[in-house]
Ligand binder design. Structure first.
Ligand code: ADP
Ligand code: ASP
Ligand code: MG
Length: 439
């Protein structure tokens, strides 16, 4: 039995948390490969090491050296090592790192050092081998993970290592330079290692007792989901459930390695199991919906034109305007004579929205175009919806009773997801209302 354990930022935040993680690892000899994040927040007002490292990069760009910002990072690591009672020379490593950040002048390199330093310290604490992800994780020239190359390297680098600590979040780009995943990417690193060593289980240790039905910051009493499928996880994490990075399922999915989300600070809680679809359907899982997640700040461009459906190439012409601007579309709900484009508002700043609407008007000559801004998207996800009728009716009548105005509906073709758009100001209330309707 091999388990890969990934410990997140709160589990690495200080010496006390690191010792807690150590006791978890030592309680089970199959926990052989440990992937770590950079130290995160110790309390609400605290700053993550990764955020400080992005500051270091900005300081280098502005002044030529990161000395001022890096001093705080140094102090924090020296304190951790001291509190752990370790005698190894972290100061030399820190000084060397500071020099490299100044020389490299790269945001990715700078940000990656949080995981690097965290792994160096944790390997020392565990008496495990430090194995650098720079030697294993590789991106291609487009910045995507080179899975084949990476699999091979993970295998060869870890094959003869019984017990290792590996930094999360980064690898090397095709130019040989350090490159990071997007924020929260250590979850992906853990998944990559799990696949590479053919683990039986990928344990993701964090600060909540599993994947909750919805964000606990909105519904504090939200229940833990006992098990969910890879597909449900993908939908929920993509739609904003930030407990796991939305891309972290891909490496393990093909190898069908389950993920167990666990709480470092309540290790006896069962947590959430994430499994392939068939396994889940064997379970006696009775819930209609599995989870609810959402994101704020979208813009909907609503287009109406009579006989749109019989106009050859209509949708292509609309989409090519969007493509021409290099924008990503989130959803494209459509009706007989209507089409909506849902995009992140962030992409439409500085007059881009105006240009887009004008070009759509010129290209397809619609009867009517209407823009709705400040929209939140909320996804209600669950395989159970396909087995029971009336889920949508229940959801919509609960929202109507609460007086929440629905701006857009998209029942995805995946059949496990109903996405609605509401005003940003209704976001929290909408999630709470859906939660209450089904729990
Ligand atoms: P880590 O540093 O361990 O990777 P994260 O902060 O990335 O931890 O993720 C855990 C946090 O995700 C929780 O503390 C919680 O606030 C937030 N969160 C958002 N949605 C959910 C959800 N549906 N279930 C559990 N946690 C959630
Ligand atoms: N430390 C990185 C971040 O804060 C990666 C991670 O923790 O997963 O985004
Ligand atoms: Mg995370």
């Amino acid at each position: 039995m091999i388990k890969v354990c990934k410990f997140g930022g709160t589990s690495m935040a200080d010496a006390k948390a690191m010792l807690q993680a150590k006791s978890i690892i030592e309680s089970d000899s199959s926990r052989r490969y440990v992937v770590v994040s950079a130290p995160g927040k110790r309390n609400k007002g605290d700053i993550k090491i990764t955020d400080m490292l992005y500051r270091c990069y900005n300081e280098v760009v502005e002044t030529g050296t990161c000395a001022k910002s890096f001093a705080i990072i140094k102090e924090r690591f020296i304190q951790i090592v001291k509190d752990l009672g370790l005698t190894f020379d972290i100061e030399s490593i820190l000084n060397e790192t500071e020099k490299q950040i100044d020389e490299e002048k790269s945001a990715d390199f700078s940000a990656s050092r949080g995981e690097y330093l965290s792994a160096r310290v944790f390997a020392e604490l565990l008496g495990a081998k430090f194995v650098d992800s720079a030697d294993m994780v590789r991106f291609d020239s487009r910045g995507n993970l080179n899975q084949e190359y990476t699999d091979d390297k993970v295998k060869t680098c870890l094959e003869n290592v019984d017990f290792a600590v590996i930094p999360g979040f980064y690898g090397k780009g095709s130019n040989g330079k350090i490159k990071t995943f997007s924020r929260g990417g250590s979850d992906i690193s853990g998944s990559i290692v799990a696949r590479g060593v053919k683990a039986d289980l990928y344990e993701n240790w964090t600060d909540v007792s599993g994947f909750l039905v919805c964000d606990p910051r909105i519904v504090p009493e939200a229940k833990v989901i006992k098990s969910l499928t890879y597909k449900e996880l993908r939908e929920l994490s993509y739609m904003g459930a930030s407990v796991l990075h939305s891309e972290s399922i891909f490496p393990v999915m093909k190898s069908r390695i389950p993920i167990n989300i666990k709480n470092t600070f309540k290790p006896d809680d069962a947590g959430t199991m994430i499994v392939p679809t068939e396994k889940y359907e064997d379970d006696t899982n009775n819930s209609i919906i599995t989870g609810i997640a959402g994101k704020k700040d979208f813009t909907v461009i609503y287009i109406e034109k009579s006989l749109m459906n019989s106009e050859v190439g209509f949708i292509r012409k609309v989409l090519s305007v969007v493509e021409h601007h290099g924008l990503c579309i989130e959803h494209v709900p459509s009706g007989i004579d209507t089409l909506s484009l849902v995009l992140e508002s962030e992409q439409l700043k500085d007059g881009i929205l105006n240009d887009l609407v004008n070009e759509i008007r010129e290209n397809v000559n619609p009867d009517y175009v209407h823009v709705i801004e400040n929209v939140s998207l909320i996804a209600t996800v669950g395989h159970g919806m396909t087995r029971r009728s009336g889920t949508a009716a229940k959801l919509f009548s609960a929202l109507a009773k609460e007086g929440i105005n629905i701006k857009m509906i998209d029942q995805g073709s995946s059949e496990l997801n109903i996405i609605i758009g509401v005003n940003n100001s209704d976001y929290e209330n909408c999630i709470r209302t859906i939660y209450n309707a089904f729990n």
